[in-house]
Design a protein around this ligand. Structure first.
Ligand SMILES: [Zn+2]
Length: 379
């Protein structure tokens, strides 16, 4: 292991004390499972300080993005009882259930993201990873898509107060709508989201003509992709759009949302990536050598989450790890693993008709972005 690598994990054992409920797709236990695999590979920083402990965010941090009335509802919902007007704020539905400790959970996740920023800014780290973060759908006064408090947006807002310019890159399968909305009118944050097309997936937004407003015109970028899009096409589109924009904008800090609901076996979406394809993206991001706040995100096949984010953490630490999963981990999680024994996935080939359609959509999205956004950013 390269002990000089300045990467740090921010985590809290308290993450596991909360639950969205037994039938909800977001399984909080995926976080502990990921930490289990990270530990099995010996990827702790040291045996004494396995991770930097997250602290809860303060109420004033939440106000950076969310309204006072919404915050009051979140606090009431924290009891586990559904406030009478919860639905108006997106809560109490199947997607965003009210559960005991909901507000505490949100503050803890947000606090972990803020701690990542502190590690980058004050502790001379190059990379800080909060696997619980990336809750990108929460809006100013509304919970959405399993997200109550928008930790990436709050972190970015905090950095804006310091005069920093930020790129927010979102590779979750869903459009990063909440973060985009928070910075739609500013040229200090460039938001880039690659996702499954809004006509076929929640939240139904993120089209190429959403490019920001006012001073923010050109500073929101959306790359919608067709169901079935696989590793090769995704990577090609990513390379054509993302590095030119990131290097053209030249941010002080890069924030990434690394959702892995893009993987083929994810139950909620229909892109066709493998863990290997995901890691190729992480390696590319790492190669930019920028100050990097890495956040988790979606991922509803929990063994995909554990494998992809463990592998990503190894890349962040410049550490090679064996593809075969450690025996101790296999023994402990045989049931959840099924036939899986490796970090990597078998290569997958798209069927020709789907591939053709996906290619067409991707090419037209790239062309459109080159025409509309590249000149505004000065690429
Ligand atoms: Zn997602």
């Amino acid at each position: 292991m390269n002990e000089d690598t300045k990467a740090v994990l921010v985590f809290s054992k308290d993450f596991s004390t909360h639950s969205y409920g037994p039938n909800h797709p977001l399984k909080v236990e995926r976080l502990q499972l990921t930490m289990d695999l990270i530990r099995s590979y010996g990827l702790w920083d040291t045996s004494d300080t396995p991770w930097v402990e997250a602290k809860k965010a303060e109420e004033q941090d939440v106000y950076l993005i969310h309204s006072e009335e919404y915050l009051e509802i979140l606090k009431k919902a924290n009891t586990g009882r559904t406030p009478s007007n919860a639905l108006k704020y997106g809560m109490g539905s199947g997607d965003n259930p009210v559960f005991s400790g909901l507000y505490d959970w949100s503050l803890m996740v947000t606090g972990a993201t803020l701690e990542c920023i502190r590690q980058i800014r004050e502790n001379d780290r190059d990379i800080a990873f909060n696997i619980a973060g990336g809750l990108h759908h929460a809006m100013h006064s509304r919970a959405a898509g399993f997200c109550y408090v928008n930790d990436p947006a709050i972190g970015i807002a905090r950095m804006l107060q310091e005069g920093l310019r930020v790129v927010y890159l979102d590779i979750d399968v869903h459009h990063g709508d909440g973060v985009e909305a928070a910075f739609y009118n500013t040229d200090q944050v460039l938001t880039i989201s690659l996702h499954q097309h809004g006509h076929t997936l929640f939240p139904g937004t993120g089209f190429t003509d959403e490019i920001g407003e006012g001073p923010g015109l050109g500073y929101a970028v959306n790359v919608p992709l067709a169901p079935g899009t696989g590793d090769e096409l995704y990577f090609r589109v990513f390379m054509e759009v993302v590095p030119p924009l990131v290097h053209g904008f030249d941010p002080d800090v890069l924030v990434t949302q690394l959702g892995v609901d893009t993987l083929e076996s994810d139950p909620l979406a229909a892109l066709n990536l493998t863990t290997n394809g995901f890691i190729k993206l992480v390696r590319e991001i790492k190669s930019w050598n920028r100050k990097w706040v890495a956040l988790g995100g979606g991922g509803y096949n929990i063994m995909n989450v554990a494998r992809a984010w463990t592998w990503a953490w190894a890349v962040m630490k410049d550490t090679d790890i064996p593809d075969s999963l450690p025996e101790a981990f296999i023994k402990k999680h045989r049931k959840e693993l099924g036939r899986i024994r490796t970090l990597s996935d078998p290569e997958r080939k798209m069927n020709d008709a789907m591939a053709d359609q996906a290619e067409k959509l991707a090419v037209s999205a790239v062309e459109r972005i080159r025409e509309t956004v590249f000149p505004l950013i000065g690429v």
